[in-house]
Design a protein around this ligand. Structure first.
Ligand code: RP5
Length: 273
């Protein structure tokens, strides 16, 4: 692939992903990534020896939320809304390889194929950062869940279903992951009225491959009226645990979530000086 395929990606050309390189991709079955050093991450650097393992997890095959393993690649509308599936990238107009499969716009990951992701190309998610001021009256904190797959703490986000609006995904995922057992989910309806967008773009997710990657929209919902005081938040099935984390805790988080918390802090300082 030539550098010219990615001319439209120039605005993000300096960003280098880390969490989706140089590690074991899957433990069962064992799949290793081809090690990709920093300086060879960008496709624009020619690297004739690059030979990633091809991997698509058997668990995604035949799932309603996943593409067929061999889609009709000539008819699939890359970079477009394809029926109910959004194949548009927030990053740029992505290129396709000689087999007509989308190419990760940020660069090499050491794995080709779809890995454990459902869609070829961008896999769209939505991340609600729900915040409040703690009882000490000054500490800004956010709702986090502990993921079952990696054990890492994370914002309780999730995948946008085919045909779903991002605004619906944000509410649905928060209810599923953080409001298990809450009968009156409508008690916090007001919270969703004033969202502040912090980010839309690529996620440095450990599941990314050369042909499939995560993108997200991150929205902050701040509970300024104490709506959540009367709700007993609890982790849902996809999560092991839930807690409020102070934004200054420096706690390591899943994928690019530390970056999203940094954006939250900057935004809060700007608006509350
Ligand atoms: C991350 O994966 C996104 O930022 C979002 O938090 C999450 C969505 O995937 P699942 O939680 O549905 O696995 O890249």
């Amino acid at each position: 692939m030539s550098i010219w395929n990615h001319l439209l990606c120039r605005p993000i050309m300096n960003f280098v992903h880390n969490k989706c390189r140089n590690a074991i991709y899957s433990k069962s079955p064992l799949v290793n990534r081809f090690p990709v050093p920093n300086e060879l991450t960008k496709w624009s650097r020619e690297w004739l020896e690059y030979s990633p393992n091809e991997f698509t997890d058997p668990n995604v095959l035949g799932k309603v939320w996943a593409d067929p393993e061999i889609p009709d690649l000539k008819k699939t509308a890359w970079n477009r809304i394809d029926g109910k599936v959004n194949r548009v990238s927030f990053v740029c107009e992505y290129a396709v390889d000689s087999s007509l499969r989308p190419i990760n716009p940020i660069g090499r990951t050491g794995i080709s194929g779809r890995g454990i992701l459902g869609r070829w190309g961008p896999n769209h998610a939505a991340d609600p950062i729900v915040t409040r001021i703690a009882e000490d009256g000054t500490t800004l904190e956010f709702v986090a869940i502990q993921r079952r797959d990696t054990g890492e703490w994370a914002i309780p986000g999730g995948m946008v279903d085919a045909g779903e609006q991002v605004s619906q995904t944000l509410r649905r995922e928060f209810a599923e992951e953080a409001m298990s057992g809450v009968v009156d989910i409508g008690a916090i309806d007001e919270l969703w009225n004033n969202g502040k967008e912090l980010y839309r773009g690529y996620v440095d997710d450990p599941r990314n491959t050369d042909n499939a990657w995560m993108e997200t929209v991150v929205i902050n919902f701040h509970d300024s009226t104490g709506l959540l005081k009367n709700v007993n938040l609890q982790a849902g099935d996809d999560a092991k645990a839930l807690r409020w984390i102070p934004v200054d805790s420096g706690e390591p988080l899943y994928a690019s979530h530390e970056h999203f918390i940094q954006l939250l802090k900057e935004n809060f300082n700007l608006n509350n000086l």
